[in-house]
Structures are given as C-alpha cells and as structure tokens.
Write a protein that binds this ligand. Structure first.
Ligand code: HAM
Length: 454
C-alpha cells in the first residue's frame, strides 16, 4: 500500500494484518495529530522497546521516567529562546488550579536532567546513562511523521566530556537500529562548536544575511533575528539558494571543538559505523555544543529524521545543577516503525496461542476455564465460553491461530483426560489431566510459537 501523506499509515497498516476494516460508528474522533495504538501495532512497539532496553542496559544504562508534565520553566530554560518549541509556541502549556504554569513534556532531556539534579544522581559513578521511553507532546502542524502526541526512546549519557562518550552514544543508537533489521540508514554527523564558535558564526551570518533578508522566508527572517544558524535548517528552496555560498558552521570551529570532533569521527571509523559529515548540521534545540547528529531514512517522507541528538555541556548548570557534561539522543517510535515497515523489517504476526480449550458440555465450560488458569504458566491458553461441537470448536481454535486444541466432554471427564489435536499436523493425543502441564511444557519447547514475540 502506498502511504498517504498525513495518514497514520504505519499504525493503520499494522492493524490491518488480521482484521478487516469496519464502518466507524464512533461519535467522536481522536484529536488531530494523535493516534490510537491498536493491538497489532503494540506487538511491534514492544519489540522496539525490548531491543532498545536490551542494547542500552547491556551498556550499563538504567531507566528513568520523569513525569509527563513539569513546571514550564524547566523546558523554557533548557530548550532555548530561539527553539521552534518556544518561538512557534509548540509547547502544550496550561495554568493549573493553583495558578502554576505547567507544560506537557515536548522532549525528555529537560525532565531527565531536572530529575538527575533533584535526586543528586551526579554522586553515582560516572558516566551515568539514563534511558527513558514514553509519550511526548508538541503542537506542530500534523503531517506524515509529525504528530502532536508521539513517542520517544531517549538516552542521556552524563558526566564525561570525552569524545568517546559522543561516539558511544551514536554507536548505541546504531546498534539498536541494526538489531531491529533497519538497513537504509544515513548517519549525519556535524558539530555546532563551542558557544564562542557559535557566537562568531552567528555574527558572520547576521552580517552576511541581513542585506539579503528580503529574499528570505518569513520564518527565516525571524530566525535571523533570534538565532541566525537556524536559517540553514530551512527547507525552503529560496532560503537554501540564499545560504548556498555562505561559510558553514564547521568552518568556524575553534581548536578545542575541532580536535573533539576529529576524535569522535576517528572512533566511529574505527568501530566501522558509517557516517556522512553534515557541514550544515543545526539542531532545532538551542542547548547543543560541539557534536550534533541525526539519523535519516529515505523512505519515510519529508520528516526523514529518525532520531536526533548531540552534546549539551553547560545545560545541567543552566538548570541549577553541578557542572556535568553530557550527550544524548532521542528517536521517534512512530517514524522508526514507518521506516521498518517500508523496509519490510517488521514482525507481522503477534504471539500465537499454545492451546485452545473446547468445552463440549456445560460442565466442561467451568472445567476448561479452571484448567486455563494454571496452564497459562506455559504459554497463551484460550478457551471457548460456551459448549461447542468438535467441528465448530476446532474451527475456532484454528482461527485463533492456536498450536494445539483440546476437547473436553463427558467421555474425557470419565477418563480424566483431554483429547488433544495438533492443528498443523492433525496428530491426535489422549493426555491424562495430570500430565497436561508436562505435555504443554514439552510442546512449548518444541514450538516457538508461544514465545511472546518473534
Ligand atoms: P528532536 O530532534 O527534537 O530531539 O527529536 C528526536 C526525534 O523525535 C526526531 O528525530 C523524530 O524521530 C522524533 N520527533 C520529533 N518531533 C516529532 C513529531 N512531531 N512527531 C513524531 N516524531 C517526532 C530531541 O527531542 C532531543 N531531546 C534529543 C536529545 C536527547 N538530545 C540530547 N538528548
């Protein structure tokens, strides 16, 4: 299916694997820019989350979940005055009953650092690696890959200014995407320099662009006033034509930032992580220093950045904490899911039931429900909720995708046994009640179908 702009095709596609689309009887629609994560999509989310958790925790990362909302200053102080989140009023900010200004998190970094400071985590052995997963809110104009409620996996590595940490941050991200089977990934690497380098570059841009301001888009004219570097980030062809011949941020790196950047590249090359130098790398948040990076994917439309991150030394101090250098990143789950789907790298089937129990008379209804309670230790066990004849029951078991079906009626009750059919092969077994658990254990081992996810 060809994806349609603005449609939440990745999640809709996933939901269509087993169920036909039905008429919408709902009186209410979801809010524009949000989406429902349907059961089949959840299996895919769970896989992404499991791979991220495993890769990060094997590297010593620990999970930290800040609240979904914070005092607004936590975000306004960290993301910077010229960030779109502030300039274009993309934060969901509200005043609560106690007249406090609160904001739904537009990213994790600020909340994670606030928690890091508040709980004194800087006393733990450094570097400390904190990872998070959850919903994030930005009042952006919805389009493909751009939602108002989306989900990020985020990781912050704190306590070291060495380029080794920047390279490790990138390597962890690369490893997560590789383990998920993503192939067409472009790692774009840049450096925004130290504050004095940025200042010098912004000064140069202001001088160069002010005489050309009437050729710039309105957004870029505003950016020229607040943070000229962001003009480079413009997607408009006219703006790009204006900036084409100007010097790049990399031309303005001071000695310290240049050496740091060269070392990050050397590590990545040594670790065989392919990357492209992006001389125009400008991130949409103001807190970055030195290394900045994004991973892009060519098949997910205009919003092609799967993830973004960089170094932000000075930010912890800015939020009132002790001097703590840091580097981090976040990737968007929706965009990653879209990319995996475009590459056909998503598991299409969710977990299969190991056993479907079929009661053949009223008495057996309660018996199979009771048996299911203990047998579920070995895998997914479902049952019919009313008596079935064998033909109908087996058809139901088949439709549920079960590996085994078990029949229970008066004859089985007398013999204290279950009649079991292996649905794929048609093989039949008469299994005494007391041996059912061992039988299932054996079949579950034989059959990987009952594992939670492939
Ligand atoms: P960001 O580049 O703003 O960085 O967002 C990271 C990723 O979140 C993007 O690459 C994209 O995949 C996803 N994303 C952003 N906005 C949307 C949206 N409206 N709809 C869907 N997905 C979206 C940050 O958030 C930084 N806090 C990353 C970071 C952590 N830097 C240092 N530490």
């Amino acid at each position: 299916m060809k994806p349609q702009a603005g449609k939440n095709h990745s999640l809709r596609g996933a939901s269509r694997t087993r169920f036909a689309r039905v008429k919408n009887h709902s009186r209410f629609a979801r809010v524009k820019g949000t989406h429902d994560t349907l059961p089949e999509a959840h299996a895919q989310w769970a896989r992404i989350a499991a791979v991220a958790k495993q890769v990060l925790e094997r590297a010593g990362a620990v999970q930290l979940t800040p609240p979904i909302f914070e005092y607004s200053e936590v975000f306004t102080k960290s993301v910077g005055e010229s960030a779109d989140l502030v300039v274009q009023k993309e934060m969901y900010t509200f005043v609560d009953a106690g007249a406090r200004s609160l904001t739904l998190r537009p990213e994790f970094t600020a909340g994670v650092l606030r928690a890091f400071i508040e709980h004194g985590l800087h006393v733990r052995p450094s570097p400390i690696k904190l990872w998070s997963i959850g919903p994030v809110f930005r009042a952006e104009k919805p389009q493909r890959g751009r939602f108002r409620q989306f989900h990020q996996v985020n990781c912050e590595l704190l306590g070291l200014d060495a380029p080794l940490l920047d390279a490790e941050a990138i390597a962890l991200l690369y490893q997560i995407f590789s383990e998920l089977g993503l192939r067409e990934l472009v790692v774009k690497l840049g450096s925004v320099g130290d504050p004095k380098d940025r200042q010098a570059y912004n000064h140069y841009l202001r001088e160069a662009l002010t005489p050309l301001a009437d050729r710039l888009s309105e957004t870029s004219r505003e950016r020229l006033r607040l943070n000229p570097m962001r003009v480079l980030d413009s997607k408009s062809a006219e703006d790009q034509a204006v900036v084409a011949d100007l010097k790049r941020p990399l031309d303005f790196l001071g000695e310290a930032a240049r050496v740091h950047f060269a070392q990050v590249q050397a590590y990545l090359s040594d670790w065989e992580i392919p990357f492209e130098l992006e001389p125009n790398m400008v991130r949409g948040l103001d807190y970055y220093r030195r290394t900045a990076f994004e991973f892009h994917h060519g098949a997910i439309g205009a919003q092609s950045a799967l993830c973004g991150g960089g170094r932000y030394d000075g930010l912890v101090e800015q939020l009132g904490g002790p001097p703590t250098p840091g580097v981090g990143w976040a990737f968007g789950l929706e965009r990653l899911l879209d990319a995996l789907q475009q590459e056909g790298a998503l598991p299409t089937e969710s977990a299969r039931p190991l056993l479907y129990l079929i009661p053949m008379d009223e008495e057996a209804v309660g018996e199979v429900a009771k048996a299911a309670l203990t047998l579920r230790r070995h895998g997914i066990v479902l049952h019919a909720y009313a008596p079935r004849n064998p033909g109908k029951g087996l058809k139901e078991a088949d439709r549920a995708g079960a590996v085994l079906a078990a029949l229970r009626g008066s004859r089985e009750r007398e013999q204290r046994a279950y009649q079991i059919k292996e649905l794929a092969s048609g093989a039949q077994f008469e299994v005494p009640e007391g041996e059912l658990a061992a039988f299932l254990r054996h079949k579950a081992r034989d059959n990987e179908a009952n594992t939670l996810l492939r």
